[in-house]
Design a protein around this ligand. Structure first.
Ligand SMILES: [Zn+2]
Length: 293
């Protein structure tokens, strides 16, 4: 009995399989709407031997890695983006006033308060103005900097020129009124808080710009619209900004700066001085003759 049942089952199975096969032959396109395409690909002859795709040539850059630092070169400590920010905030730069009442932004005190809350949420800090304006130095085209920053800018521009890069100074010291113009320029009055908040990604509201201090510069390279992809920027940024540090400059809003106000700005640098850069990681009362203050 057992054998018979089993045979019957096998017969039933064979019949079902046959019926399925006949169905498939009768309706060859029923299994898939794309089967005509699939058949075409299967029967499409492969012509010639398969060759791996050729790599697309990389665009050639003028930038080359600098030689390792020589014996007479200073070796600068490396900083993360947040450390660069802390370095500027703690540099103790001379000739700065104390921070007083915030300047007007939109002429509506209620709106200004909303802007300040959003700015400080983004990591913007209030920045001081110069204490004694007679100590500022004019560079060119009416651009002014604190004296040590003015000297350091000229030295940086000269060093860059010796390496074949023509640096341009696009912005330096800015007062509250000028910063207000820069901040509001692309917006229409009456101002909406969402537009004012969006604008903060690119520009500081008045009272919050590092340009107020006279120690921040916006620079460019002649012939390049995007400074961040220019050869001069690559030269400055190599080895954790060694060529900027050599003259006391650090990136103002570095790529990994975290909550620092605007989105990263490759064109803005701040002056802190070589000593502050060398001594940042040193204990303040160490026995190093350079970092003993
Ligand atoms: Zn700037």
């Amino acid at each position: 009995m057992h054998t018979l049942v089993s045979t019957d089952r096998r017969l039933a199975w064979a019949a079902a399989a046959l019926a399925f096969a006949v169905g498939a032959l009768a309706f060859p396109n029923a299994a898939s709407a794309n089967s005509i395409d699939e058949q075409w690909h299967v029967t499409d002859p492969i012509i010639g031997l398969w060759e791996p795709p050729r790599p697309i040539p990389e665009p050639k850059s003028r930038w080359q890695e600098p030689q390792p630092a020589g014996l007479d070169s200073l070796s600068f400590p490396h900083f993360t983006g947040t450390e660069f920010n802390r370095l500027f905030n703690t540099a103790g730069l001379p000739n700065l006033s104390s921070i007083t009442d915030p300047p007007s932004i939109t002429d509506s005190e209620e709106m200004d308060q909303a802007v300040r809350i959003r700015a400080e949420d983004r990591g913007y800090l209030r920045r001081p103005l110069p204490h004694d304006y007679s100590l500022l130095r004019f560079i060119d085209s009416g651009l002014a900097l604190q004296r040590p920053a003015a000297e350091a800018w000229l030295a940086l521009a000269e060093d860059a020129a010796e390496h074949g890069f023509e640096l341009e100074l696009n912005s330096a010291y800015r007062g509250h009124r000028y910063q207000r113009e820069v901040y509001l320029r692309p917006l229409d009055s009456p101002y909406e808080i969402d537009d004012l908040a969006e604008r903060m990604k690119m520009s500081a509201p008045p009272g919050y710009s590092k340009h107020h201090t006279g120690y921040a510069i916006d620079i460019g390279q002649a012939g390049y619209n995007r400074f961040g992809s220019s050869p001069a920027y690559a030269w400055l940024a190599a080895d954790n900004f060694a060529n900027a540090k050599r003259h006391g400059w650090i990136p103002s809003y570095p790529p990994d700066g975290g909550r620092q106000g605007p989105v990263p700005e490759p064109w803005e640098f701040t002056y802190v001085g070589v000593e502050a850069i060398l001594c940042f990681h040193q204990p303040p009362a160490g026995d190093d003759p350079l970092c003993n203050s």
